[in-house]
Design a protein around this ligand. Structure first.
Ligand code: ADP
Length: 582
C-alpha cells in the first residue's frame, strides 16, 4: 500500500515537473542564495538554452555595496546567458548569493545549470583607448566619505565638481564604518545632559590615543569643527542624534543614527543622495592615475576606464582616495610583520592617492603607523564593531577570564589579545545589547556567534573546557557587579558600562586583531592644502580623509575616522572651491 502511494506521489511530481518544463519550453522558477543579511531570492524565466530574465524579488543587502550587485548582476547573467559572470568587485557575497539563487531556480525548474556554465570571452580590449578631455572647477579622486562630503560642500559653494571613483560603487572604507562619529560640544550631547565632553577633552583623548604623535593643529581643527560638521550633516538630512562612548576616550563623543544603523552605510547613502540632488557627476569604474601639474600647481588629473583615457582639466584637485590597508606590498614595506594578517579594508584601499601625491613632490607622514583592530572575525575578515563594547560587551580569553580594559585604545587591546592563548579572544554580549544594535543582529544571523541561555551553556558552546567554564560564569557575575557599582576594580574600565550583561540569551564571537586603518599618508595643513617635502603648499592640491596623515598619530580612536572625513572633507570642499572660483 505504502509502495503504491509513493509511486503515485513520484508520478505526480514527475508530471508537475514535466508540465513546468514543457510549457512552451520556457519556465519560471525561484531560487535563493545566502546574502549578507538573509536570503537573496530570485525569479527566473528560462529554457534549456537560454536565461530570458532574472529578477531579484527579495533581498536585504547593504545599500551601496550589495545593492550594486542586485542592480547589475541579473542583467549581466541574462546578457551573457551564463552563470560565470564576474562578481561585482567589493560585493562578492551578494554576487555569489545571486548566482547560487539562479542555479537553484534552474534546478528546481528541471533545467541543468551546467548548460549555463560556458566561459565568457573577456571583452576585447580596444587596441587604443579613446582620448577624452573633460573640464571642471574641481576634480575629486575617490567617492568615499571624504570625497562625497567635499563634493557636496564644494558644489554648495558654486563649484562645478567631477568625482572619480575607481570601484563600481561609491563608499570605500567609509561604507564599512560601523560605530559612529566622534564630536564635541554638540547640541545632541547637550540634549542628553553630557556636559563633560568638550572640545578640549576631545583633543586630549585623541592626542593620548595617538601617543602624542598626532599633528596637534590638525587634531584641534578636527575637534573645533566637529560640532558644526554634525550639524551640517543634519542640514543635508543625515542627523546623528544618539551619543555613546568609544574605545580610548574618557567621555561620550560617539554620535550615531537614531535607529542604531551602522554609521558608514547611513552617511554614504545620505551623502550620495545629496550629491545626486545637487547634480554632481560621479564617474564610477574610473581610476585616477596621475596628478597633472603646471607651473608648480595642480591643474587636473589623468584617469582611465576600460575604454577611455581621460585628461581632466580642473582649477583644483582634491585627493580623497583613502588609505592603503589592502596594499600588502606597500604595508609590508613599512611593517613586514603584517604579511599574514587579515584586513578589514575594501579592495580599493591601495594608496593610489598617496603615491600620486608623492610623485608630484608631496611629503608623507607616519606611513609606518598601521592600525590593528582588536575585534575582527577572522574567517571572513568582518569587523565586529567597537560600538558593541561601547554598549557594554566585554572580552574574555580561552580561560574564561577578562584580560584587559576592553575599551582601551585599539593598539593596546590588540596587543593584549595577541598575548592570550592562541592569540585570540571572545567578545561577549547579551540579548539587551542585540535589541539595541543592528550590527549585533547581523553578526548572529551570519552565524558568527555562539549562544547560550545561561553563562554556563554559552561557555560550553564557545568550546571552553574544564575550569574555564566556571571561570567564565564567575567573570560574568563579577562584571555585572562592576557595572552595578560603576567600578571595574580589575581593569579600570570607565565607560561603556551603562548596561550589564544579564539578559539571556548570551552570545560570544571569537575574534582576533586585523589590519584596519592606515594612519599615515599625505601631509596637509589645517586648510587641507597638501604640503611638499620642502614644507611648502602645493597650490591647487588638497587632500582629506584616510589619504592624509597626522590626524590620528600612532593610533586612531574609534569614531575619529568619520569625524576626520566629514570635518576635513568639508574644509577641502570649501577651500578648493574658494581657490578654484577666485
Ligand atoms: P575616506 O574615508 O578617506 O573617504 P574611503 O576609503 O572611504 O576613504 O574612500 C576612498 C575612495 O577612493 C574609495 O571608494 C576608493 O575606491 C577610491 N579610490 C582609491 N584610489 C582611487 C583612484 N586612483 N581613482 C579613483 N578612485 C580611487
Amino acid at each position: 500500500m505504502k509502495k503504491t502511494l509513493a509511486f503515485i506521489i513520484a508520478l505526480a511530481m514527475v508530471f508537475c515537473l514535466s508540465l513546468a518544463v514543457a510549457d512552451g519550453d520556457r519556465v519560471t522558477a525561484t531560487g535563493k542564495g545566502q546574502g549578507i543579511d538573509g536570503d537573496v531570492v530570485v525569479k527566473i524565466e528560462a529554457d534549456q538554452n537560454k536565461i530570458y530574465s532574472v529578477e531579484v524579488v527579495e533581498q536585504n543587502e547593504t545599500p551601496g555595496i550589495g545593492s550594486v550587485a542586485v542592480e547589475k548582476l541579473p542583467d549581466a547573467i541574462v546578457e551573457a546567458n551564463s552563470l560565470l559572470v564576474d562578481s561585482i568587485s567589493g560585493a562578492t557575497v551578494t554576487s555569489v548569493a545571486i548566482t547560487t539563487a539562479v542555479r537553484e531556480a534552474l534546478t528546481s525548474a528541471g533545467l541543468d545549470p551546467a548548460a549555463f556554465e560556458n566561459e565568457i570571452a573577456a571583452p576585447e580590449a580596444p587596441a587604443e583607448k579613446e582620448n577624452v578631455t573633460l573640464d571642471c572647477d574641481i576634480v575629486i579622486v575617490g567617492a568615499g566619505g571624504a570625497g562625497l562630503t567635499a563634493a557636496v560642500r564644494a558644489n554648495q559653494e558654486g563649484a562645478k565638481v567631477l568625482v572619480l571613483e575607481k570601484m563600481a560603487m561609491v563608499g570605500g572604507n567609509s561604507l564599512k564604518a560601523s560605530g559612529g562619529m566622534n564630536c564635541a560640544g554638540t547640541k545632541f550631547q547637550e540634549a542628553q545632559g553630557i556636559t563633560d565632553s568638550g572640545v578640549q577633552e576631545f583633543i586630549e583623548d585623541t592626542m593620548n590615543g595617538g601617543h602624542q604623535m598626532n599633528d596637534l593643529a590638525l587634531v584641534t581643527t578636527m575637534a573645533e569643527n566637529s560640532a558644526a560638521a554634525v550639524e551640517w550633516l543634519e542640514s543635508i538630512g543625515a542627523p546623528l542624534p544618539k551619543v555613546a562612548a568609544t574605545g580610548g576616550t574618557t567621555h561620550k563623543y560617539l554620535h550615531s543614527p537614531e535607529d542604531g544603523s551602522p554609521v558608514g552605510s547611513y552617511l554614504v547613502a545620505k551623502l550620495n543622495e545629496q550629491a545626486q540632488k545637487q547634480g554632481i557627476e560621479i564617474m564610477l569604474n574610473t581610476t585616477a592615475t596621475e596628478i597633472r601639474m603646471q607651473d608648480g600647481a595642480a591643474v587636473g588629473v589623468k584617469a582611465e576606464d576600460a575604454v577611455h583615457e581621460y585628461t581632466i582639466n580642473a582649477k583644483a584637485v582634491i585627493l580623497a582616495s583613502g588609505g592603503f590597508g589592502s596594499n600588502f606590498e606597500l604595508m609590508t614595506s613599512f611593517n613586514p610583520s603584517l604579511a599574514n594578517a587579515v584586513t578589514t579594508n575594501h579592495p580599493g584601499a591601495t594608496g593610489d592617492g598617496i603615491l600620486m601625491a608623492e610623485a608630484v613632490g608631496a611629503a608623507t607622514v607616519d606611513m609606518d603607523q598601521i592600525q590593528l583592530h582588536p575585534t575582527v572575525y577572522q574567517a571572513t575578515s568582518m569587523l565586529v564593531s567597537e560600538k558593541m563594547r561601547s554598549l557594554g560587551a566585554i572580552l574574555v580569553n580561552q580561560e574564561g577570564k577578562r584580560f584587559t580594559n576592553d575599551l582601551s585604545t585599539r593598539d593596546a587591546v590588540s596587543a593584549a589579545e595577541l598575548e592570550q592563548t592562541g592569540g585570540y579572544a571572545y567578545i561577549i554580549f547579551d540579548q539587551n545589547l542585540v535589541d539595541h544594535n543592528k550590527s549585533a543582529k547581523e553578526y548572529i544571523e551570519k552565524g558568527m556567534a555562539a549562544s547560550g541561555e545561561t553563562y554556563e551553556d554559552l561557555a560550553k558552546n564557545m568550546g571552553l573546557e574544564g575550569d574555564a567554564v566556571a571561570a567564565f560564569v564567575s567573570t560574568m557575575e563579577t562584571w555585572n557587579k562592576a557595572v552595578a557599582d560603576g567600578n571595574d576594580a580589575e581593569f579600570g574600565r570607565n565607560n561603556g558600562m551603562d548596561d550589564d550583561l544579564s539578559t539571556a540569551p548570551f552570545y560570544a564571537i571569537q575574534i582576533a586583531p586585523g589590519i584596519h586603518h592606515t594612519m599615515g599618508g599625505v601631509k596637509i595643513d589645517t586648510n587641507t592644502e597638501v604640503i611638499n617635502t620642502k614644507g611648502e603648499v602645493i597650490p591647487g592640491l588638497y587632500a582629506a580623509g584616510e589619504v592624509t596623515g597626522g590626524v590620528h598619530g600612532g593610533n586612531r580612536i574609534g569614531g575619529n575616522a568619520v569625524c576626520d572625513f566629514v570635518v576635513f572633507g568639508r574644509i577641502a570642499g570649501q577651500q578648493a572651491a574658494a581657490y578654484a572660483t577666485q
